[in-house]
Design a protein around this ligand. Structure first.
Ligand code: CA
Length: 236
């Protein structure tokens, strides 16, 4: 049994138990919550990932995610029965990293979880001995080695997904990157119809955190019909 802890927030007993069983078989430790309040009571910095149902009896999973985001950048995977485009986008806007529509296959779930852990493990590892390298763009400073970002001298809390997107754009400064390319690089999964929206929502969230005027972005620009880019000229 490894020490990785996954918090499962799901009111439907059958789904909660089968999720827990599946994850335990994969050697994760699981903690279960049946509603939003208890999820927030249980949540602690020791939790490594949250699987969050949207329709909970006392509050919505979206509100639970917003509350978690006030104190943590832990990976959050939404389980949604609704699955409409608007719901999915809302889930990502409140800070979710990814979503899975019910009913889902065990293989799909494990692929999502592995992809989230890959991002978070890689970039939240303990600082190693070698000197840390940074990428710069105007007042923006991003570590190449871990999820650490500064803008105008102040540290900015990014989720691991946001960090990975920003790192990719900065490494490829001057190149417009298509949503497909960004998705395949960061999520490490095949690009589907909804994936462009998933990328768009995370770009919007990055702009909210980094731009003076998120509606008129200077740092992360939209290259019409091509994708997103950070200009080589330092305008931000
Ligand atoms: Ca539910």
């Amino acid at each position: 049994m490894n020490s990785t802890k996954i918090l499962i927030v799901e009111d439907e007993k059958d789904i909660r138990c089968s999720l827990s069983e599946l994850l335990r078989k994969a050697c994760y430790q699981t903690i279960e919550a049946t509603n939003g309040r208890s999820a927030l009571d249980i949540f602690s910095p020791g939790i490594d990932l949250v699987i969050l149902d949207v329709m909970l009896p006392d509050m919505s999973g979206f509100d639970v995610c917003s509350a978690i985001r006030e104190k943590s950048t832990v990976p959050v995977l939404f389980l949604t029965a609704m699955g409409s485009e608007a719901d999915i986008i809302h889930g990502l806007e409140v800070g979710g990293d990814d979503y899975l529509k019910k009913p889902f296959l065990a293989g799909e779930l494990m692929a999502r979880i592995n992809s989230l852990f890959r991002r978070s493990r890689f970039y939240n590892a303990a600082p190693h001995d070698k000197k840390e390298s940074f990428l710069f763009c105007g007042p923006l400073k991003l570590s190449l080695d871990r999820n650490y970002c500064e803008n105008n001298g102040l540290s900015v809390q990014l989720t691991d997904t946001e960090y990975c997107i920003l790192r990719l754009l900065l490494k490829r400064k001057g190149d417009p990157l298509s949503p497909r390319y960004i998705y395949e690089q960061v999520w490490n999964e095949p690009f589907l119809d909804n994936s462009a929206n998933t990328v768009m929502v995370h770009i919007r969230s990055l702009r909210r955190k980094l731009e003076l005027d998120p509606h008129h972005p200077k740092l992360i620009q939209t290259a019409w019909a091509k994708g997103y880019m950070i200009s080589k000229k330092e305008k931000a």
